[in-house]
Write a protein of this length. Structure first.
Length: 149
């Protein structure tokens, strides 16, 4: 199945509102120490309530914060390893999520209207692939398998 992914641009104001709401849930549930999942969860932590404390060691955290759940793999990995609550700003797996087939773009990912994370990823892939025909073929097959080309 092919579909067109429509961008969903998150404003700084929207991000702050959502992080504030999550902060209140964390506090209501007795959490105080929050670890931001690198890298976007770490950025989101900068908007937490001042009553919560961001920690740089997952072992010291009461809970985790990440920007989004897309496939659920990141949350599963961290919960399995540390057995701590996992909070997200956007949950694309949530039933009836309007974001299920949308590409979420955060304020720090856009400069002059260009999604710099995508550009950076393409440049990294180009460096990784180099001149290897085998690597180029692997990437091409992955893109086809995921309906991206």
């Amino acid at each position: 199945m092919r579909y067109s992914m429509v961008n969903f641009y998150v404003t700084t104001i929207e991000l702050r509102k959502r992080v504030f709401a999550i902060s209140e849930k964390m506090l209501d549930r007795g959490h105080k120490y929050v670890y931001g999942i690198p890298k976007n969860g770490t950025i989101c932590c900068k908007h937490l309530s001042p009553r919560l404390i961001e920690v740089d060691d997952p072992m010291r955290a009461d809970c985790f914060l990440d920007d989004l759940i897309d496939s659920g793999a990141t949350a599963d990995k961290w919960i399995k390893k540390y057995n701590k609550p996992f909070y997200v700003i956007f949950d694309k797996l949530k039933k009836n999520s309007e974001l299920k087939h949308r590409w979420i773009i955060f304020p720090w990912e856009v400069v002059d209207g260009i999604n710099i994370d995508i550009v950076d990823n393409i440049l990294r892939l180009k460096q990784y692939i180099g001149t290897s025909k085998q690597k180029k073929e692997e990437i091409k097959n992955l893109l086809k398998e995921n309906y991206l080309i």
